[in-house]
Ligand binder design. Structure first.
Ligand code: EPZ
Length: 417
């Protein structure tokens, strides 16, 4: 298995371009199932999760062409309603095909995605939403079987805001008979991006980005050509890298409006952030202030930025408190950061971080996507050498992260395992 080796202590300098958003691309590529004809998607990031999604869609009968950051998908030949275990286990977001398959083929058989490192991650709300639209739901042998001769609009209230749950129901409801209202809907930019694409396909969705989304069913949709929005989590990760290494980097191809909570918190730590349309410059301060953070659904501080922010707090002055309210087990990175000299105490969903002068490089193990990113950031600021194993987690969500950091002056390389 490949690993990443980092010699820490180099301030990052220069300019980097942010890739398309993984968590927008996944549901948008899946939305191609809802129409016949060729859809063209540009600014698609080159990630393992995109490869998995393309593999799944072609297994369902879609034709797919890919040229650099452009992916073209034609689902006219959609002829298989089963998403098998060996694909779903690699990427739990495969559950997103459930809604579109029931909408188009009137049935779906999708392997139950298991839990993952950060939590149990149930899909009960996805299934509750689908049954509210009239689908019958059975579960056997580790598979969900959903059927509906004709989905009918209804009001769906999500007890918890769920990003992919909102996306799944949106995609099921666009071809349903009548009106669907989703209450307590997730408000992430990726939801708005999906809604924009579906409306461009001929859907009638209002309210995406708010907690109430109204969808009037239409009889059919047409294919589109769209570009994927920038990845706010990749951008946030690089912003923190600049702040943590007392660097000076400019990120282009971003959407600062999607990062308000991160920009606010990062500014409080003493970083100087300048915004110019789709570019952001982050000037690190040699004295990092401790700042408390609580993760929340959008527009709150994103849970996907929690591990990265913890690295910054590990080398800040004073005590900071980070509360993780979205997932029940998202402090896995703490034990690895402590092996690098971080002073962190965890109690339940709260971590108390006492900043130290410097982290020290060590061999560490990646466990999930964002925890892996935090280990890269820790390696960049630590004294000495850090070796990160199991970096396939990183490749799921960051496009050539070591090349991007090397171009910014980091002493970082990938070693083929
Ligand atoms: C999406 O996951 C993202 N993934 C995650 O990003 C992100 O961390 C998460 O939203 C929260 O922002 C994609 O968009 C592909 P949720 P999702 O449903 O949709 C509970 C990354 O690193 N819940 O919003 O799976 C759930 O357990 C990944 O890019 C239920 O109880 O998250 C969690 O506590 C990691 N029942 C909370 O809701 C359900 O049916 C929020 O989960 C669904 C969710």
């Amino acid at each position: 298995m490949d690993k990443i080796i980092i010699e820490g202590g180099h301030p990052l300098k220069g300019e980097g371009k942010i890739s398309g958003a993984k968590n927008a691309a996944l549901p948008i590529l899946v939305s191609s199932l809802l129409a016949d004809g060729w859809n063209t998607y540009t600014n698609v990031p080159d990630l393992k999760d995109i490869e998995s999604t393309i593999m799944l869609l072609s297994k369902l009968g879609a034709k797919i062409e890919r040229e650099k950051d452009t992916v073209r998908i034609n689902a006219s030949g959609l002829n298989n309603y089963e998403a098998p275990y060996d694909l779903v286990r690699k990427m739990r977001a495969s559950i997103l095909v459930l809604g579109p398959l029931v909408a188009r083929l009137k049935k779906a058989r999708v392997s139950l995605p298991g839990g993952c490192a950060i939590g149990a991650r149930p899909i009960n709300l996805h299934l509750k939403g689908l049954s509210r639209l009239g689908a019958s739901i059975d579960m056997e042998h580790g598979y969900i079987e959903a059927k509906a001769d004709c989905l009918k609009g209804n009001t769906i209230y999500f007890d918890i805001t769920t990003v992919t749950g909102t996306e799944n129901i949106m995609m099921a409801a666009v071809l349903a008979q009548g009106e669907t209202v989703i209450r307590n809907a997730a408000r992430e930019p990726e939801i708005v991006a999906l809604s924009d694409v579906l409306n461009k396909m001929g859907a009638d969705i209002k309210g995406a980005g708010t907690s109430k989304i109204t969808i009037k069913g239409v009889s059919s949709l047409k294919p589109v050509s769209v570009s994927i929005i920038p990845d706010r989590i990749e951008a946030g990760t690089f912003m923190i890298a600049s702040a943590a290494t007392c660097g000076d980097i400019t990120l282009t191809g971003c959407e600062p409006d999607h990062l308000e909570a991160v920009i606010h918190k990062l500014s409080l730590t003493g970083a100087d952030i300048t915004i110019d349309e789709s570019a952001m410059r982050v000037l690190g301060s040699d004295e990092i202030k401790s700042v408390d953070v609580k993760t929340l659904p959008y527009p709150g501080f994103p849970t996907d930025m929690q591990a990265q922010f913890m690295v910054l707090m590990s080398v800040a002055r004073g005590l900071s408190i980070i509360s993780e309210t979205v997932f029940e087990n998202r402090f896995i990175h703490v034990s690895e950061l402590k092996r690098m000299g971080a002073n962190i105490k965890v109690s339940g969903n709260t971590a108390m971080i006492q900043g130290v002068r410097r982290l020290s490089g060590a061999p560490v193990m990646a466990t999930d996507l964002r925890a892996s990113a935090s280990l890269v950031l820790a390696g960049l600021v630590a004294g000495g050498t850090t070796e990160i194993n199991r970096i396939y987690h990183l490749d799921r969500g960051y496009q050539s992260i070591e090349k991007k950091f090397a171009r910014l002056g980091a002493a970082i390389k990938r070693v083929k395992g």
